[in-house]
Design a protein around this ligand. Structure first.
Ligand SMILES: Nc1ncnc2c1ncn2[C@@H]1O[C@H](COP(=O)(O)OP(=O)(O)O)[C@@H](O)[C@H]1O
Ligand SMILES: [Mg+2]
Length: 265
């Protein structure tokens, strides 16, 4: 398929939220498969070290993980699982596998990301819940952090505190927002606006709106059947929302490239 926008450089982004169960992995998997459908080479790196579930969402049994690679039980090329049109790499399958010091893991993930960038247009990193070291590693290596917002006080305050923490380390960090479990586009926009107002008022920061995902049985069914939304039969109104998200990611990647080129010259 012809690429709609050429990318000169691979683009790395992270899907993050602070809170668990808000749809990060579901968003990562469906954004990845949508970017692949648009003609791009996409890698999905599951940085949830212990309870990784992108492999489950894609119904792809994974035995070679970054953890087993660190142990010398497989080669780096064995970490790549080609499934649903994307390349999947898994950090660690079992909590017990995650027995290395974070520094060692981060170093290994740095190497894996570099390796994936050689042959992919996009590297998408799915993060665990919380604002732990792995999430910060993922944000650090990414060109944008995509926040998954849900209209619940705990979810919004978790995302806010995550942003505050990151802006303390890097005031210029770039975040974008996606609203999940939205009742409609209007409620999604108002959730986003409310979050942005808080961020603006207290931290003088903004995030860019990348789209929304409605609360829907189809999303639940696709998780149950371990199939990305693109592979679900029948009418599928949610695909256009993922198309919108993917187009926003693309436009953002292209824009960042232009800005970087300007700074280089
Ligand atoms: N838009 C949605 N509509 C319906 N169910 C959803 C939606 N988003 C997520 N879910 C449900 O929530 C569960 C948790 O999503 P997941 O992506 O695993 O969250 P996280 O990675 O943030 O922990 C999924 O298994 C799915 O059943
Ligand atoms: Mg997850």
């Amino acid at each position: 398929m012809k690429q709609s926008i050429e990318l000169e450089q691979p683009f790395v982004f992270t899907v993050i939220s602070g809170k668990g169960g808000v749809g990060k992995s579901m968003t990562s998997v469906n954004t990845a498969t949508m970017l692949s459908k648009l003609g791009y080479k996409v890698a999905l790196l599951d940085a949830d070290l212990g309870l990784a579930n992108c492999a489950t969402l894609l119904n792809e049994p994974v035995s070679a993980t970054v953890s087993t690679w660190i142990e010398g039980k497989c080669g780096i090329e064995d970490l790549l699982y080609y499934t649903s049109g994307i390349t999947l790499v898994t950090g660690a399958n079992e909590p017990g596998e995650n027995k290395f010091k974070p520094d060692l893991f981060m170093d290994a993930l740095d190497q894996v990301t570099l390796y994936l960038k050689q042959d992919h247009d996009f590297v998408i990193i799915d993060t665990p819940a919380g604002a732990g070291e792995m999430s910060l590693w993922a944000l650090d290596i990414s060109q944008v952090g995509i926040l998954v917002l849900v209209d619940e006080p705990t979810a919004i305050s978790d995302v806010y505190r995550l942003c505050k923490y990151v802006f303390n380390i890097d005031p210029e960090y770039h975040f974008a927002s996606i609203v999940n479990y939205a009742e409609s586009e209007e409620t999604a926009q108002s959730t986003y606006q409310r979050f942005n107002t808080i961020l603006n008022y207290f931290l003088n920061k903004q995030t860019q709106y990348f789209g929304f995902i409605p609360a829907s049985d189809l999303v639940r069914q696709s998780v149950q059947r371990q199939k990305p939304l693109l592979q679900m039969e029948g009418p599928n109104s949610i695909l256009k929302e993922f198309e919108f998200i993917a187009e926003n990611v693309l436009a953002y990647a292209k824009n960042r490239e232009k800005t970087l080129l300007k700074t280089v010259h």
